[in-house]
Write a protein that binds this ligand. Structure first.
Ligand code: ADP
Length: 194
């Protein structure tokens, strides 16, 4: 398998770039945000538990998301590989992911970290609020999400850095320009993995 993580603060463009990466590299998309929104829409017990936290901009507990991810991995072990989007968001999640993949004889080859300044993130998320109407895209919750990113999630970059798998990519410019930068990193990493 060939697995990658796309990482970055809320509004960095992980979802947009994931779509392009999936098409080009034939990877299976695993977005914990999408799975959680699906659970919320279906009003499952998990969805109802997550709703409160998501609408405050807080993280859903590690054990819940790790279980979700493990199930999705096991349902797709016959695929070429995964792109993890919005996961891992804590170092505990990152360590759990490494363990799950190791037990299945595979690994994360590279973590692509989209870098965008805070002011630009807020502008993008407020714009998305107009088009997608997500409950967590309002200024108060956006600020909380960015704060959680700065206090907790950004440490995940160091986790991958320690094993030489962290690749920062400039997340500003046109969608195509950013995608080109990402492809250069993915191509390089695929060559090494092959
Ligand atoms: P964004 O990257 O725009 O913040 P996501 O769709 O990835 O959006 O996530 C939306 C929300 O879902 C997060 O703010 C958080 O509450 C919850 N969530 C998603 N992924 C995780 C995760 N790996 N761990 C904990 N909570 C998560």
């Amino acid at each position: 398998m060939f697995n990658i993580v796309i990482f970055g603060p809320p509004g960095a463009g992980k979802g947009t770039q994931s779509k392009l990466i999936i098409d080009k590299y034939r990877l299976t998309h695993l977005s914990t945000g999408d799975i959680l929104r699906g659970e919320m829409a279906a009003k499952t017990p998990l969805g109802l538990e997550a709703k409160d936290l998501i609408e405050k901009g807080l993280l859903v507990p590690d054990e819940i998301v790790i279980k979700m991810v493990k199930n999705k991995i096991d349902d797709n072990l016959d695929k070429k590989g995964f792109i993890f989007d919005g996961f891992p968001r804590t170092c505990e999640q990152a360590a759990a992911l490494d363990k799950i993949l190791r037990e299945r004889n595979t690994t994360i080859s590279v973590m692509i970290s989209l870098e965008v300044e805070e002011e630009e993130l807020i502008t993008r998320l407020l714009k998305r609020a107009e088009t997608e109407g997500r409950q967590d895209d309002n200024i108060k919750v956006i600020k909380n999400r960015i704060q959680v990113y700065n206090e907790v999630t950004c440490k995940v970059a160091d986790y991958y850095g320690k094993t030489g798998r962290h690749r920062p990519v400039d997340g500003t410019g046109s969608v195509e320009e950013i995608f080109d930068r990402i492809c250069r990193v993915v191509d390089e990493s695929e060559k090494v993995t092959a």
